[in-house]
Design a protein around this ligand. Structure first.
Ligand SMILES: *Cc1c(COP(=O)(O)O)cnc(C)c1O
Length: 354
């Protein structure tokens, strides 16, 4: 699609907003009045529409269903007391979306559609953004292949869609984590750095097994030795050893470059805490624990922001933390919450006004 993108808007005749119980908003369950749908065909974005949220009509043969050419993003918007709606770092999700698209041989989505369309959609459904503490509007942009042919090759047709879901507090209890030694989430050369649908389908089995054993999540390790640490569930992971926050580095392409991860690194440094992005093994954690220098572990992601880890299990070792003694993760969480709610000013351009 050339130059200016024309977005056709069809509004609902009757809003569903009055049916929404703002006191009961489980994550990802309710959706706003409108959605954005853009169509890609013949090598270009053909149309962009904002229309009433509704089911899709698709052929059973579409490529996304059979071969998994499908990617997504997760972003949050907030509404301040003065009525301003703001999105948290959408530019970073926009960039990451197109990195995922490239890895999956999908077309680039232009900024006017991804960000411009998102802002217009949110503006239309602004009243749906909950204002209570810890509430937000979860934004889910996604793209999938719609060629109607059962053949393994990059599709020529795509749909890019944005849906919006008002969400209440995403309480995540401190987690018990099992270090994964059988299954693999990501290997060098694979798709671990892309937010593509298949990564999540592939991760379910290991998580189900861990849950049967009484754990909340797994700590993913590398594909070859199962000792180099990658991510915790679908979150990035940080370990505090000797007052240094360590998070696995990105260069092998096995880690999803989380926006919350990047935010946490910046904010931790601003809090005067040393941060290292590097390879880190489970053996290093076990040794640090034995030496009494392993202080904290936590996960980071858009949904829960910061999730505390209370226990890590690896072979015969159980590394457990006294939740009352944690200091860095709770302080980081509070700081991130204050930034998102506008209580604390940030000067990185993270909060984007609509
Ligand atoms: C989305 C995601 C994250 C967290 O990324 P954020 O941008 O912080 O939400 C981490 N790991 C995986 C596997 C993810 O899919």
């Amino acid at each position: 699609m050339a130059e200016a993108v024309k977005i056709n808007v069809t509004k609902v005749t009757k809003s569903k907003l009055q049916d929404l119980d703002f006191g009961n908003l489980p994550f990802g369950k309710y959706f706003t009045d409108h959605m954005l749908v853009a169509k890609y065909a013949d090598g270009a974005w053909q149309s962009v529409e904002i229309k009433p949220y509704q089911p899709l009509l698709l052929e059973p043969s579409i490529v996304a269903i059979h071969y998994g050419q499908s990617i997504f993003e997760g972003i949050k918007a907030y509404r301040y007391e003065n009525g301003d709606a703001v999105i948290f770092r959408p530019q970073d999700n926009f960039k990451r979306f197109n990195i995922s698209a490239d890895r999956m041989c999908m077309p680039e989505v232009p900024e006017e559609i991804f960000l411009g369309g998102m802002k217009e959609l949110i503006n239309l459904d602004k009243e749906w953004i909950p204002t209570a503490a810890d509430h937000s509007l979860y934004i889910r942009p996604f793209m999938f292949a719609t060629d109607e042919i059962i053949g393994v090759k990059p599709s020529e047709n795509y749909l890019f869609i944005i849906i919006l879901s008002p969400t209440g507090p995403y309480y995540s209890a401190p987690m018990k984590i099992c270090v994964e030694e059988v299954y693999t989430r990501a290997a060098p050369g694979g798709v671990g750095f892309a937010k593509n649908a298949g990564n999540y389908g592939a991760s379910l089995k290991a998580t189900v097994i861990a849950k049967q054993k009484g754990y909340d999540q797994i700590l993913w390790t590398d594909a070859f030795e199962h000792k180099w640490l990658q991510e915790v569930g679908t979150m990035n992971v940080f370990f505090v050893i000797d007052n240094v926050a360590i998070t696995p580095s990105l260069e092998e392409g096995t880690i999803l470059a989380g926006v919350t991860r990047d935010t946490a690194i910046t904010v931790l440094k601003e809090m005067g805490i040393k941060v290292e992005e590097r390879k880190i093994s489970i053996n290093e954690l076990v040794e640090a624990y034995a030496a009494g220098t392993f202080q904290e572990a936590f996960g980071t992601g858009t949904a829960a922001t910061i999730s505390l880890i209370q226990e890590l299990k690896y072979k015969e070792s159980i590394l457990s933390f006294d939740l009352n003694k944690l200091s860095i993760a709770p302080a980081l969480k509070e700081r991130l919450d204050d930034i998102r709610t506008g209580k604390v000013k940030e000067n990185h351009g993270w909060m984007v006004k609509i």
